[in-house]
Design a protein around this ligand. Sequence first.
Ligand code: MCN
Length: 786
Amino acid sequence: MATITEVEVGRVVGTSVKRKEDLKLLTGRARYIDDIELPGMVWMSVVRSPYAHATIGSVDLSAAREAPGVIAAFSGEELAGEWAGSLPCAWPVTEDINMPAHWPLARGKARHVGDGVAVIVAETREQAADAIELVMVDYEPLPAVVDPEAALGEGAPLVHDEFGTNKCYTWALAGGEVDEAFASAAASVKERYRQQRLIPNAIEPRGVIAQPIPGTGDLTLFSATQVPHILRVTLAGVIGMPEAKLRIVAPDVGGGFGSKLNVYAEEALAAALARRLERPVKWIETRSENYLATIHGRDVVQEIELAADADGRVTGVRVKLVAAMGGYLQLVTPGIPLLGAWLYAGAYAIGAYSFECTGVFTHTTPTDAYRGAGRPEATYAVERAMDALARELGKDPVELRRLNFMKEFPATIAAGLTVDSGDYEAHLDRALEILDYDALRREQAERRQAGDPKLLGIGFSTYLEMCGLAPSRILGAIRYVAGGWDAASVRFLPTGAVQLVIGTSPHGQGHVTTFSQIVAERLGVDVDDVEVLHGDTAVSPIGMDTYGSRSLPVGGTAVWHACQKVLDKARLIAAHQLGVTADDLQEEGGTFTAPDGSLVTAKEIAFAAWTAHDLPDGMEPGLEALAVFDPENFSWPAGTHVAVVEVDTETGSVDLRRYVAVDDVGRVINPEIVQGQVQGGLAQGIAQALWEEAVHDEDGNLLTSNMVNYLVPSAAELLSFELDRTETPATTNPMGVKGVGETGTIASTPAVMNAVIDALAPYGVTDIDMPATPERVWRAIHEVKR
Ligand code: MCN
């Protein structure tokens, strides 16, 4: 294991090159979907159900159709003929899963507040919005069910009558002798946690423009999406259009956090209406719509049990989940809780494992991928349960973790996958060092002794993450319908500049910079000489897009391989030019050197390849290559996060005093971008612990329907994080990189909650539901006191 200071840094890779993206972003010149105006463009608005569950009787659009500027209005029934297929769910996790039809507009019944029931097209945005008020829908409200456990209960209102149950599926995974581990355990804990429902808040809401191309029947769809390639193939199936006639453009996209990894009703509606009206149709989501019509995250009830021997070695883990799907299945809804299925044993060497998840329909907005997607939930459960076990055994939570860490790599976990590399004690030790752990524990004891009303709490999370989604064969084995590879094309232009076309679709992650760094390092060009093209299926026709912290380990590795292919061809031209055999040449950073010291650079070779005046016999002109990379394994980042909190026992308020994060994301391309990713992730994970929660009333109305009562933190609520890294290179890609985009979110929620519970140890408090609001903390203290 090397600490970061000892790790080799390349000429460009490993350095904090300033983000090439930032000039236009910081000077307000980015081009988001709402900046796009097209000639003849009209606006779409969606009439949404105010009821979580209701039959839809007549839909009277006559007044709306007469309203100023209105061009057309349609109900779900009227547009039924437009759809060749239902909105897609690409992850039917079991053979017997209940998969309901999901039409872009509801027909017959509305199944969550915000479910679209009719659509209006008008000359202006305001006219389209105003006309919504004139639509008369004859709803018959029905009882709704919001809680996933209640939805499984006898007599619960059914979300989809045709299934006779609200159960969507049950999925299980096991390894080792779990029952035996529990039967012979010297100690065990059984915990129940609630992963509250979260609402993704990308700064830019969703938006779409569908533009019919006159004379060809083609359609261009501009969308604020993370997944232009996936959108193209799936939307073609919904609107019944040959894929070749549909072009998707993702312009600058202002964040997504998983919520734009989807195929949404509004994309299908805009496409169908643009075809029908032969005019470009635009829709921009309002923030209120964002809260109802864009997917939500989490909403899982977890039961986790740990069995241990007398020394505290954990011998078995048993997990049962009930996960809310919401009213319909979006693109990967059923698979999200299962992305954590391999991680409920955390970073620990535990021989026996069993996991079972039941997906349940509820009358709520569908859930789907939200930063971390399944893995924050798993990490939360195991890290909270490790603290519970430490309490049960009277051990220090740090020492319990250290005792149980996986130590030999590659390590095959009981759930069946293999972790390629890691050194968990290294990041734990580094975190303890930064923290000055012993001093903090002393301070804690002194304050308790002195009766300080503000109690100190220290919470750990030694997480293991599985990301870099990923090996196509494994994705196939778990019934995901697409592959997990990615693609990159590298093309030398005549002057020695390089054009890089990528299959990932950045929306804040900085791929233009980091992927330029890879090209610059490999081919010996400047970072600014690399032009990076993405986000338009006419320019980048193949790729699998951006989610699951996959872009660097998968897409970035494709860039590396494409550079290698370019160098392989350049070597043949260099040998020809220098009059030696290809094997005689040494290559470093794109420069080929012959044994006599004569040399030629890839840039110079690029010009020769373009003129093609003197190439080896039979060689094609040009210097370019396409590489498609499908990794053999997932990427396994890990780390130690520690939250230090002060809990005011008089008011219940929780203040973060320090936050230390030591992450191992393998080799790093750009340390500053990595730091930014960790910081953003931390904000979201800490927010789950302390502030954010989507609350519904029993009729399924969303009570936290805007940012006044759904508490998204700003920088002011957070503190300066203390960040560091250790590095164990991944062994499954040539750069040794692991993903970083979700680490902060995955690690931080349990660290903060463990700190809150640690602070309240003198009161005997062992659990508080998230978010740990002042009211909940105060009640926990006073309920236990009584
Ligand atoms: N990187 C690096 N060295 C590493 C790992 C990553 O230099 N060892 C760099 C990469 O080259 C890339 C960035 O860090 O520029 C993130 O890389 P990666 O971990 O591969 O994640 P992705 O690019 O695939 O991004 C997806 C991830 C996810 S899943 C969510 S959710 C998320 C996140 O990224 N949403 C984001 N970060 C976000 N950041 C912003 N600004 N906005 C979002 O919506």
